[in-house]
Design a binder for this molecule. Structure first.
Ligand SMILES: [Mg+2]
Ligand SMILES: [Zn+2]
Length: 205
């Protein structure tokens, strides 16, 4: 049987997006991220980071720095008994990339390349999988890749995002999704016919 996945954007979902975070001292983890990942682990989901890292292509930090930071981040999860299984990143930028990184690629979100790669590498059931992002482009990429359940994380007080109808569901706290992984997947469907979690705090877009 194909495996389900929890796809996570990184900046703004796993860590607070201060802009081009690439060092542990700049990394502040988002509240409840470890709980959500742990819940997904226990439910047998693959947990996959899908992140645009144009800071590499723009020369703001090196590929080595990114990889070192990623290893550090994964170990922070490990120490909390939470596991990120795989990390996909796009180092390109279509206008500001330097050298080989100047590229209109099909991996930079909203393109679905990274998600499709994950699907093939890990043999994933995309329709049954979830994406959590903090930008419309995250959900756009997920929709194009066939990810069935898409959530836009907009913490209270953050700038409101006008989500295109049908693209996803707004959540204000990550912990709203923890029950998703523990309850039977028999959620009722919303008006668009897309299955929705039975969680009282979720606001429909
Ligand atoms: Mg983000
Ligand atoms: Zn790319």
């Amino acid at each position: 049987m194909k495996r389900k996945a929890l796809f996570l954007d990184r900046d703004g979902v796993v860590n607070i997006d201060h802009g081009y975070v690439h060092e542990p001292r700049d990394c502040v983890f988002v509240d409840s991220i470890f709980d959500v990942v742990r819940s997904a682990n226990h439910a047998g989901y693959a947990v996959v980071l899908i992140t645009n890292q144009a800071g590499i292509g723009r020369g703001y930090f090196s590929l080595d720095q990114f990889q070192a930071f990623t290893r550090w981040m994964l170990s922070e999860f490990d120490q909390r008994q939470a596991r990120i299984d795989q990390v996909y990143f796009c180092p390109h930028h279509p206008q500001f990339g330097l050298g080989e990184y100047l590229l209109a690629c099909n991996c930079r979100k909203p393109q679905p390349g990274m998600l499709l790669q994950a699907r093939d590498d890990l043999d994933l059931d995309m329709e049954a999988s979830l994406m959590i992002g903090d930008k419309q482009s995250d959900l756009e990429a997920a929709a194009r890749a066939g990810v069935g359940h898409r959530f836009l994380f907009t913490p209270r007080g953050a700038e409101r995002v006008d989500l295109r109808p049908g693209l996803g569901v707004l959540i204000e706290e990550l912990r709203e999704l923890s029950p998703w992984f523990t309850q039977e997947q028999t959620a009722p469907t919303d008006v668009n016919g897309a299955p929705q979690p039975r969680l009282p705090t979720i606001q429909h877009s």
